[in-house]
Design a protein around this ligand. Structure first.
Ligand code: PLP
Length: 409
């Protein structure tokens, strides 16, 4: 008889977005004349840049000719793209990465969700709280999270790194008496808090990982939003090549949330028990993945053209203007908030310690604005609320006006 993988049955339902949708439907039935403004989901709204569109058209046309048609490609990605990504590392952050250390994929959700497969079942995992849920759920699916406690919102075997106001929402290095994690998931700029780690903290994490033989899984999906003089890559930190893997995405960099493209960087020298992770991931990908779509890879190459670089920077600046507007207006209204400077996310403290969901209801029903309750990202997100800068200028300004009216300012 078929036995279900019980790790999957232990997963709690993904109530966060289901609950949000249900509440939105109710609101829409009650207020058919007042359209909602959505500043909740993390999807982009700007169309693809002209340089990318033009390359996409060309790539489509190439598929119509025998001479230029592309079928199966290399599972690790086409050399033309891997070489451009390697060069971009050098230009952007002065980091030397070889093209064969880059594994192109269809996005970093898959990469961050799948990478744990390379490690044993009893691998100890540390995650931030609040956290991008993929790290938690993928480890629970692998059976290394223990059991989920509905009351505390935590898994028994995960090691949580609380990210709270008093530590600037940054994960602190475990003390000598605390358990040592094998895998440490770090995400900077952070989703959901919008926090960005300074060089010193990243140096401390790299030193910790090297001392304890741990591996940092560094998610840099939002690196393009860093405005201050802060590390754009974990590999800017000395010693990181022997203790870190980095995941990058074209989604927020260049609006590829629909097209799908990302990559993982796995340094050659990264090895545990004498096994090279680069070779192991290559083995995994060649078995389970047939490469990112050739059209997406061609379009990805256009991101690194001179015109492409200028155009994607314009789109990022567009979102940053939204973030600036929200920070200024919400601060003037007396809200306490963080993030938004080096990230597209604003982390709002709810007024009077209101539970995240109560604030969600209030904002929805009073202002017709949708955000994401912080508690949906982990217990330490309770009392917070995530707003994104990915809306249009018009909607963002409208949302601010509505919030002003509703909160009597
Ligand atoms: N990592 C983080 C922290 C994210 O917030 C997201 C998407 O929201 C991803 C990865 C996934 O990006 P992709 O679209 O490349 O799968």
């Amino acid at each position: 008889m078929i036995q279900i993988n019980q790790n999957y049955t232990k997963l709690p339902g993904n109530y966060l977005f289901a609950d949000i949708s249900r509440k939105i439907s109710l609101y829409q039935q009650r207020h058919p004349d007042k359209p909602l403004i959505r500043l909740g989901i993390g999807d982009v709204t700007r169309p693809l840049a002209p340089a990318i569109i033009s390359q996409l058209h060309q790539a489509v046309d190439e598929q119509a000719e025998t001479a230029t048609f592309k079928g199966y490609g290399p599972e690790q990605g086409y050399a033309f793209l891997r070489e451009k990504i390697a060069k971009d590392y050098q230009n952007r952050c002065g980091v030397k990465i070889q093209a064969d250390e880059i594994f192109v994929s269809d996005g970093s959700k898959c990469d961050t969700g799948n990478f744990g497969e390379l490690f044993a079942d009893d691998t100890k995992v540390a995650v931030c709280d609040p956290v991008y849920p993929v790290y938690v759920d993928s480890n629970a699916m692998a059976g290394r999270a223990g059991t989920y406690n509905q009351k505390t919102g935590r898994w028994s075997q995960l090691n949580y790194l609380p990210c709270l106001e008093d530590n600037d929402f940054l994960p602190q290095i475990p003390g000598p008496a605390e358990p040592v994690p094998d895998l440490i998931y770090l995400c900077f700029p952070n989703n959901p808090t919008g926090a960005m780690a300074g060089r010193e903290l990243l140096e401390d994490w790299v030193a910790y990982a090297r001392e304890h033989g741990s591996l940092i899984l560094y998610d840099a999906a939002y690196a393009a939003f860093i405005r201050e003089d802060l590390p754009l890559s974990i590999f800017e930190i000395e010693g990181a090549r022997s203790c870190a893997v980095e995941f990058c995405s074209f989604s927020k960099l260049a609006g590829f949330t629909g097209i799908r493209l990302g990559y993982a960087v796995i340094p050659d020298e990264l090895a545990f028990q004498g096994v090279q992770l680069n070779a192991l991931w290559s083995r995994r990908q060649t078995t389970k993945f047939n490469g990112a779509c050739c059209l997406a890879q061609s379009a990805g190459a256009a991101v690194f053209s001179e015109a492409g670089q200028q155009q994607i920077k314009d789109a990022i600046r567009y979102y940053q203007e939204n973030a600036d507007l929200m920070i200024q207006a919400l601060s003037e209204m007396g809200f306490k908030l963080s993030g938004g400077v080096n990230a597209p996310y604003i982390w709002l403290k709810t007024p009077d310690n209101m539970p995240s969901w109560d604030f969600f209801d209030l904002l929805l029903n009073e202002a017709g604005v949708v955000g994401t309750p912080g508690s949906g990202f982990g217990p330490c997100g309770e009392g917070y609320f995530r707003l994104t800068a990915f809306g249009t200028h018009e909607h963002t300004a409208q949302a601010i006006d509505r919030i002003k009216q509703s909160f009597g300012q």
